[in-house]
Design a protein around this ligand. Structure first.
Ligand SMILES: Cc1cc2nc3c(=O)[nH]c(=O)nc-3n(C[C@H](O)[C@H](O)[C@H](O)COP(=O)(O)OP(=O)(O)OC[C@H]3O[C@@H](n4cnc5c(N)ncnc54)[C@H](O)[C@@H]3O)c2cc1C
Ligand code: FES
Length: 314
């Protein structure tokens, strides 16, 4: 048993228990979502004590320097003194647009007083009040879009996404963290084949990335494979068709099915391309990311050219 102190309250962490489990047991109402080290909702800050290395896996050097840690990945081995992060930079934003893209997906538009630095395809933590945060990918492109745009898929009973779908209204306030992530287009890739694979609202960051690439005059072939559990999860089809009409190097493959149905369309795209030159971006469910990564690797796409953002654990 290790005793930690959370905002002044002593709490015992049982052997094998994570810090998050102990905080939930002690009814401290911690913020969390994925339980897998992905969403960063459970970030805490250590004021004293040794942080186990696994608790900082996936954090940026700046976050590590600030003694931040992920409670869901932390199994303390010695006493720690902890608090909710006080030094995280947050920017105030106001909801300036809400639009149903389909019954399951809402486009959220946020305005900030000063422009927030980001690249298309990155993600950002959205805070609703001091304790509830979720991570969402940007669908907007700096320089092309004035607002910050997100595509939010409804998770029934989900604290954040249900709020967006049922209660949020123009004028509601949200706070933003800083943009992070490396699912971004670089002009050095301009002659390579670009493969964009997404499921559900995974289309959001890919739509931003796609418009960013076209805006930077991408010359190689581009294929966008969008997988939806049902036709309700396929959206923006007309807009993407119109981009295809304007850009002969772009093809769009909407598909109703699960990640098991990815193999055939993926192979039919890759037969025409030299796999070793492909730059691939995969965003959406953990299952899709896992399946696409293994198929791309098997087809000969080098690992470092496969960029992924998993929206949930797999
Ligand atoms: C890097 C990253 C980028 C992301 N970008 C986006 C994005 O652009 N658009 C978007 O819609 N989401 C995105 N997500 C997912 C998002 O952060 C939330 O996890 C999701 O919206 C659910 O949050 P919630 O508060 O509504 O549900 P919660 O209250 O966290 O969960 C409620 C229940 O739903 C389950 N659940 C949680 N997430 C999912 C899921 N994705 N599918 C099915 N069940 C789930 C939980 O296990 C729980 O049982 C991203 C996640 C990550 C890590
Ligand atoms: S709950 Fe810890 S990173 Fe998601």
């Amino acid at each position: 048993m290790v005793q930690i102190t959370f905002e002044g309250h002593p709490i015992d962490v049982a052997p094998g228990e994570t810090l998050l489990q102990a905080l939930i047991r002690a009814r401290t109402e911690p913020s969390y979502s994925c339980l897998a080290g992905l969403c960063h909702s459970c970030l805490l800050q250590a004021q004293a004590g040794e942080i186990p290395p696994a608790a900082q896996s996936g954090l940026s050097p700046e976050q590590c320097e600030q003694q931040l840690l992920l409670a869901c990945q932390c199994r303390p081995v010695e006493p720690l003194q902890l608090q909710r992060p006080k030094t995280l930079k947050r920017t105030d934003a106001v909801i300036c647009g809400l639009q149903q893209l389909s019954t399951e997906i809402t486009e959220l538009r946020l305005a900030t007083r000063a422009p927030l630095p980001y690249h298309a395809g990155q993600h950002i933590d959205l805070w609703l009040g001091p304790y509830l945060s979720r991570r969402y990918s940007l669908a907007s492109v700096p320089g092309l879009d004035g607002d910050l745009v997100f595509h939010i898929q409804r998770v029934r009973g989900g604290q954040f996404s249900d709020w967006i779908h049922t209660q949020a209204c123009e004028g509601s306030l949200i706070q933003l963290g800083t943009a992070q992530g490396a699912c971004c287009y670089s002009p050095e890739q301009s002659t390579r084949p670009l493969l964009l694979i997404g499921s559900g609202s995974g289309l959001g960051p890919l739509h931003g990335l796609l418009r960013d690439a076209l805006n930077q005059h991408h010359r190689g072939q581009i294929s966008l494979l969008h997988l939806g559990k049902s036709p309700l999860h396929l959206y923006l089809q007309e807009e993407i068709r119109s981009l295809c009409d304007q850009h002969p190097n772009l093809s769009h493959h909407p598909l109703v099915g699960t990640s098991d149905d990815l193999a055939v369309p993926l192979q039919s795209v890759l037969t025409h391309w030299d796999s070793r030159r492909v730059n691939a971006f995969v965003c959406g469910s953990g299952e899709l990311v896992k399946e696409a990564f293994s198929q791309l690797r098997a087809a000969g796409v080098p690992d470092h050219q496969i960029h992924t953002d998993s929206f949930d654990a797999y």
